[in-house]
Design a protein around this ligand. Structure first.
Ligand SMILES: Nc1ncnc2c1ncn2[C@@H]1O[C@H](COP(=O)(O)OP(=O)(O)OP(=O)(O)O)[C@@H](O)[C@H]1O
Ligand SMILES: [Mg+2]
Length: 405
């Protein structure tokens, strides 16, 4: 029975990897499936930057955020596997000299056992596939190992054929760190735990998209990070400073100086023109750009003196983006900003976000239900039942103009 299930899954995996046009998507999907079958905690697909030799986590499932970890060619187990092409099944890591594990202390996470196999062909090793910590501290089995090597073999074949490669780039600068954040809401007699221990770093200048089923906690998480809701437990660091339980003043300053927010509903003031709506916020910000400039940036110069009632949904949303960026915030959060818009208008709005990130270097964190929009991101976080389910690196983020749904 168990073997039948594994065979069926193996066939699924192969079809997914070999049949899918979008290789990154296929690799991500197959790793998710593999982790499920092996009943383990975490899976990572590392790819090698051919220039520097460094390894970058292209896709990971599990409770950690390893995105900033590009591993040096000479350190730790992943690079050992890539260098030697050796396949490893390790059940006692603490005593293994090839494993440093230091990076995980931060999370209070211990790696007990691991399978790490190279993604390679006859010519070279392009990366490795790694699975970590089987549930209930059970060791990985020979069968698990075989499954991993087979998945790795098919993955490597396809990576090679389609020429997927990564650029490790510079080490990314962390703007916000979320560690083991828990959020509970009162529910009946007791409490309901909505966020169950979120770990996530947000980098300067990145475009981060958050996906996840309705009710999984996306808005709750973003509201906490944006200083609009409090956390029950865990740590929130803003540029290294602790904002887990800030004073009211500190929180107000943070929101005013640091953050722009765009909601699904535009929340414009109906008795003010587009320009006045933006000016209103510029007046209370410490270092705003000119309101007119913000209106121009979202392509609404000609509509500046219109009242919201005379603007289309997309135009109103662009005013609300102008309002968010006029403060020159370090980070803009957007909670389903295109949910109320049709396709064409959504693309116009997404182009503005693209410009904010790619031209101005402002960090954008966007919640969406639309996986097509996720293609624009540098990284895609999937939340699942109040935890980070997976993190995917987009090697070549798409342009808004090229999205189709
Ligand atoms: N203020 C609150 N009081 C009680 N429960 C809440 C509160 N806010 C959110 N919740 C609950 O927390 C869970 C997560 O809500 P959240 O709004 O974060 O989900 P979401 O992922 O944004 O969903 P959607 O995609 O539908 O917007 C839901 O079950 C919701 O009912
Ligand atoms: Mg929501």
């Amino acid at each position: 029975m168990k073997n039948n299930r594994r065979t069926a899954i193996l066939i699924d995996l192969f079809q997914m990897i070999l049949g899918e046009d979008n290789l990154e998507q296929a690799l991500a999907g197959s790793l998710e499936l593999l982790v499920q079958v092996l009943e383990c905690d975490t899976g990572v697909i590392w790819l090698r930057d051919r220039e520097s030799g460094r390894l970058v986590p292209m896709f990971e499932t599990g409770p950690l955020d390893l995105s900033n970890l590009s591993v040096e060619p000479s350190t730790d187990i992943e690079s050992y596997v890539c260098k030697t092409g050796e396949q490893l099944m390790l059940s006692e890591l603490k005593t293994d000299g090839r494993f440093t594990g230091s990076i995980l202390e931060d999370y209070g996470y211990t790696i007990e056992n691991m399978i790490c196999v190279p993604l390679g062909n006859l010519k070279e090793v392009v990366g490795c596939l790694q699975v970590v910590n089987k549930k209930n501290s059970a060791p990985f089995t020979e069968e698990d190992f075989m499954l991993c090597t087979r998945v790795a073999a098919v993955s490597a074949l396809t990576i090679d054929e389609k020429g997927l490669s990564v650029n490790a780039g510079e080490r990314k600068e962390i703007l916000i760190s979320v560690r083991n954040i828990i959020k509970e809401f009162p529910s009946g007699e007791g409490v309901s735990r909505v966020l169950k221990g979120i770990n996530l770093d947000i980098y300067k200048g990145e475009f981060l998209v958050i996906l996840g089923e309705s009710g999984c906690g996306k808005s709750t998480l973003v509201n906490i990070i944006a200083g609009m809701d409090s956390l029950t437990d865990g740590t929130l660091l803003i540029e290294g400073e602790d904002y887990s339980h800030p004073t009211d003043k500190k929180l107000t300053d943070y929101r005013r100086e640091y953050i722009g927010f765009v909601f699904q509903s535009y929340n414009l003031m109906p008795n003010l023109t587009a320009l006045q709506n933006v000016q209103f916020i510029a007046d209370i910000a410490p270092e705003p750009m000119a309101a007119k400039e913000a209106i121009e940036k979202v392509g609404l110069a000609e509509r500046a003196n219109n009242y919201p009632s005379a603007l289309s949904g997309g135009q109103q949303q662009r005013v609300s983006i102008a309002r968010a960026i006029v403060k020159q915030p370090k980070i803009v959060f957007a909670d389903e900003p295109t949910a109320a818009l049709d396709y064409q208008t959504s693309i116009e709005v997404l182009k503005v976000f693209e410009d904010i990130v790619r031209t101005h270097g402002t960090t954008v964190v966007m919640i969406t239900h639309n996986p097509e929009i996720a293609k624009m991101a540098d990284r895609v976080i999937k939340l699942k039942n109040g935890l980070v389910g997976s993190i995917k690196l987009n090697i070549q983020p798409a342009h808004a103009a090229d999205l189709v749904w």
